[in-house]
Design a protein around this ligand. Structure first.
Ligand code: SF4
Length: 499
């Protein structure tokens, strides 16, 4: 214990009840090298006329002036560069974060305005994306000599438990319509709701009905599309986001998601094409990706690298038809097992039959000839040559029970088929068997997967905020645009450091 006469320490008092007015020099909120300034200058150099054309407020007209699209574009790009994908968060941070505060001049933009702007101008946003690609191309950062194509699944703004079958949706629709009628009758009787409340309730009911109707349409479409493959298939659609489909993202599980298709130029890892599809698999996505490239850049890339999910007859032929050199990974659909679908052992499977090129026929394990019987042309361009043994030979053959199906019809004789692939497929397979092609293909994963990781980790796009393919496509484009600009600024810093 201190002695009674020992000195008592004195401290500065904290006064939290005072009010202060401080001068703020907005221009000095951020330093000269701050990324918000670079973004502002860059956006200012772009042609924003598509946004201007869509602005309702005009000189001499009634109402408040609109927020400048340059500010809204810069705010969204700055937000994505900081991993912020929420309009509310931008509005909140504009109160104190120096970059946001400087951009909006200490007057935060309402989150509704920000949100509507992000998803409301798809054509103008695509134009903006193309303009930036043009600038990157002019600086020689995009060459289109070699690009990669890959897809990543991003969660939709809907729960897995919102998926309903057509029957359940019809019941929900009926219930919603009954509720609407009941509420309207009550409102008329009670006259308790204000005009504003009534309008809000009406809007909410209309949105609910629209979503249910859209979900019903989606279920009908899916049912028609998939019924051919599986008779027992029961299509389901989400009542929250009818366009989202159940997909399997890399994190695992099956969740409502969209498939974001990204094309990346290997020269500097810049994104040169982006689109969103509701197709859960990448099987059909290479051809549209190449056509998007042509629409945006006016030419096709010289080479495209894509993984086994894209590698199929249609993709190889589509690339060849466009003069694009495709490098992929051809996966066999299935590996032959010990017994085939008819229960035949290895001694009587097709691979046990010997093809004689000179006579264009096969000889079976019993030494009988199988002559060309028919040629079938398949939709993927493959010609299937079918060879058949003489009926008389198979009828008396001692191997008939091992060579034929368990229940052979009267008049059965063995047939085998030989697939004659189009020349481009054969050339592709031969090319991919070479060491040089394999070495080219190996660069694919590191280039293709980097933008995926960036838009999810650095731009905060782990889940979409909007609903519907249109809105999520806008979000994906904003994130990729932000990625390209971040990469561009980084490349400029590297160049400046080496000079
Ligand atoms: S059943 Fe016909 S095809 Fe099969 S081994 Fe006998 S003769 Fe040859």
């Amino acid at each position: 214990m201190p002695a009674a006469d020992s000195p008592v320490p004195r401290f500065v008092l904290i006064n939290r009840s005072q009010l202060l007015l401080r001068p703020v020099d907005v221009e000095r909120l951020i330093d000269e090298e701050h990324p918000a300034r670079s973004l502002w200058d860059l956006v200012g150099s772009l042609d924003l006329s598509p946004y201007h054309d869509a602005t309702a407020a005009v000189k001499g007209g009634a109402g408040r002036p609109a927020i400048d699209p340059q500010l809204l574009v810069a705010l969204w790009l700055y937000a994505y560069s900081k991993g912020i994908s929420s309009a509310r968060e931008i509005s909140r941070q504009s109160e104190y974060e120096p970059g946001f505060s400087w951009l909006c001049g200490l007057e935060p933009v309402n989150h509704h305005t920000l949100s509507d702007f992000r998803a409301g101008h798809k054509a103008a946003l695509d134009d903006l994306f193309a303009q930036v690609l043009g600038l990157l191309s002019a600086e020689g950062l995009i060459t289109l000599e070699r690009v990669t194509q890959d897809g990543t699944k991003i969660r939709a703004n809907a729960g897995s438990n919102t998926f309903r079958s057509g029957e359940t949706l019809a019941a929900h629709m009926k219930l919603a319509q009954e509720q609407v009628q009941l509420m309207e009758e009550q409102a008329q009787e009670e006259e308790q709701v204000s005009a504003r409340q009534a309008a809000a309730q009406k809007r909410a009911r209309q949105e609910r009905e629209q979503k249910l109707r859209r979900a019903q349409q989606e279920v009908e479409r899916l049912q028609k599309e998939k019924k051919r493959d599986r008779d027992e298939y029961v299509a389901r659609a989400s009542t929250t986001d009818p366009e989202a489909h159940l997909m399997r993202p890399s994190e695992g599980g099956a969740v409502p998601a969209y498939n974001v298709q990204i094309t990346t130029d290997t020269a500097n890892g810049l994104v040169v094409g982006v689109a969103v599809t509701t197709d859960a698999i990448d099987y059909r996505q290479l051809e549209p990706a190449l056509d998007r490239m042509f629409a945006t850049h006016g030419r096709y890339p010289a080479e495209v690298l894509a993984d086994g999910d894209y590698t199929n007859h249609a993709s190889v032929q589509a690339a060849a038809a466009r003069g694009v050199d495709f490098y992929g990974s051809w996966k066999p659909k299935w590996e032959p097992g010990e017994y085939d679908a008819h229960g035949r052992g290895p001694a009587f499977q097709t691979r046990a039959f010997v093809y004689e090129a000179e006579r264009d026929c096969y000889s079976c394990p019993a030494g009988q000839l199988l002559k060309l019987h028919a040629i079938q042309k398949q939709p993927n361009g493959v010609r299937l040559r079918i060879y058949r043994a003489a009926e008389a030979a198979c009828q008396v053959c001692s191997h008939r029970s091992s060579c034929g199906p368990k229940k052979a019809k009267p008049g059965w004789s063995r047939s085998v088929s030989r697939a004659e692939e189009p020349a481009v497929i054969t050339a592709f397979k031969e090319k991919m068997a070479t060491v040089a092609a394999q070495s080219t293909y190996r660069v694919r994963s590191q280039i293709a997967e980097f933008p995926h990781a960036w838009i999810k980790q650095r731009c905060g796009l782990r889940q979409f905020r909007g609903r519907g393919q249109w809105k999520v496509a806008c979000e994906a484009t904003w994130a990729c645009l932000s990625y390209n600009l971040s990469r561009w600024f980084a490349l400029r810093r590297c160049t400046a450091a080496t000079v």
